[in-house]
Write a protein that binds this ligand. Structure first.
Ligand code: ATP
Length: 344
């Protein structure tokens, strides 16, 4: 087995005037999971399509399982399983028939394909629906069936393009478990996702793409460490437009203000003594603080910092370690669209 199972080397791809990839390179060591992260339109699917022989790059090279994707696409196809964003199932066949067909098309004998299909239907909790036609399946059931199809031939390299999009939380956890089992058994996996907690939970390394370029590469921990170390969030008792200006010198960075001006947040280098200093400064400026929270960075913070995307109010949850120094005021949990407030 090759040491590096997936290699993208300087991939370029344009669709008309749209540049989908502008020199993307990354590699995935055997038996590891790479999370390819990026906002909508970043180029993730295009990279996966090239690596899985479904699209040709304008320039650059790619190898999968040591095989040149451009020179020997058929050889690559024998080594990979792919669950694309658009499910490739036949709605008029049952779930079981779909899986058996995929197995047969991949060269499996019918008996083996049937046995493997039954195992996978069980694994993805579709056994009860196995003999119903797929057009009657929910979106989540189709997604799970599509994932099952990608595993049919037990390929050594798997590409899962946003595998849990559209799944309910229980199904999502189930898919995570299956992915963990797979990687424990030595499969090499490239996973695209927009869910940062998913990349955090499953990926050994993360490559962040934006506008067709790699903008960061590292383990989840390394990426968090590269970002500023903490985050402060203040909820005011009433909106005060001048509050961002009061806080800015203390946090030494950009202060975001929610639309209705009640919540302010900023990345900070050091959290020690910060809550006290912020509350004191606002108090001295005659502003009442309902709540202040200082927390360690989540992968969300890293992602938003890297991609320049605006943070949103409901990104506060995952993995946040909070130290609260306030009264837990109203509105602290409300989802708000944040807008840039002030630059230090
Ligand atoms: P998403 O998370 O929304 O799936 P993505 O990161 O997978 O996004 P891509 O699907 O690779 O992004 O798209 C990258 C860019 O290329 C986008 O601007 C997209 O509109 C464009 N693009 C992708 N495929 C095509 C196509 N077949 N024809 C024209 N433009 C395309």
């Amino acid at each position: 087995m090759a040491d590096t199972m997936i290699e993208a080397d300087g991939l370029f791809k344009s669709y008309g005037q749209t540049r989908a990839l502008a020199g993307v390179s990354f590699s995935v060591p055997a038996g590891s999971v790479l999370g390819l992260l990026g906002p909508n339109g970043a180029g993730k699917t295009t990279a996966v399509r090239i690596l899985t022989t479904l699209a040709l790059p304008d320039a650059g090279q790619a190898r999968v399982a040591g095989i040149d994707v451009l020179a020997y696409p058929a050889g690559v196809r024998r080594q990979i399983g792919v669950a694309a964003q658009d499910a490739t199932l036949d709605g008029l066949l049952t779930g079981r028939q779909n899986l058996v067909l995929v197995g047969e098309l991949s060269g499996m004998r019918t008996g083996r394909a049937r046995t493997r299909a039954a195992e996978l239907l069980e694994l993805f909790e579709l056994a009860g629906a196995a003999d119903r036609v797929v057009k009657g399946y929910s979106g989540g059931m189709r997604r799970r069936l599509d994932l099952a199809a990608s595993l049919l031939t037990r390929p050594p390299v798997l590409f899962l393009d946003e595998p849990t999009t559209g799944l309910d939380p229980v199904s999502r956890q189930r898919v995570w478990e299956v992915i963990r089992d797979l990687t424990g058994s030595g499969v090499t996996l490239l996973l695209t996702t927009q869910y940062l907690d998913e990349a955090d939970a499953l990926a050994d390394r993360i490559v962040v793409v934006n506008h067709g370029q790699v903008i960061a590469d590292g383990t989840p921990r390394e990426l968090k460490e590269r970002s500023r170390s903490a985050h402060v969030e203040v909820t005011l008792a009433e909106p005060r437009p001048e509050a961002a200006g009061v806080i800015a010198p203390l946090v030494g960075g950009r202060v975001s203000v929610s639309d209705h001006g009640l919540r302010l947040s900023a990345a900070v280098d050091s959290a020690s003594g910060l809550a006290t200093a912020v509350v004191r400064a606002l108090d001295q400026a005659g502003m009442l603080v309902d709540n202040i929270e200082v927390r360690q960075p989540s992968l969300d913070d890293v992602f938003f910092a890297l991609t320049g995307a605006q943070n949103s109010g409901d990104n506060n949850g995952s993995g946040a370690k909070g130290t609260s120094a306030g009264q837990g005021g109203p509105g602290a949990g409300a989802a708000e669209r944040e807008s840039q407030g002030a630059q230090a």
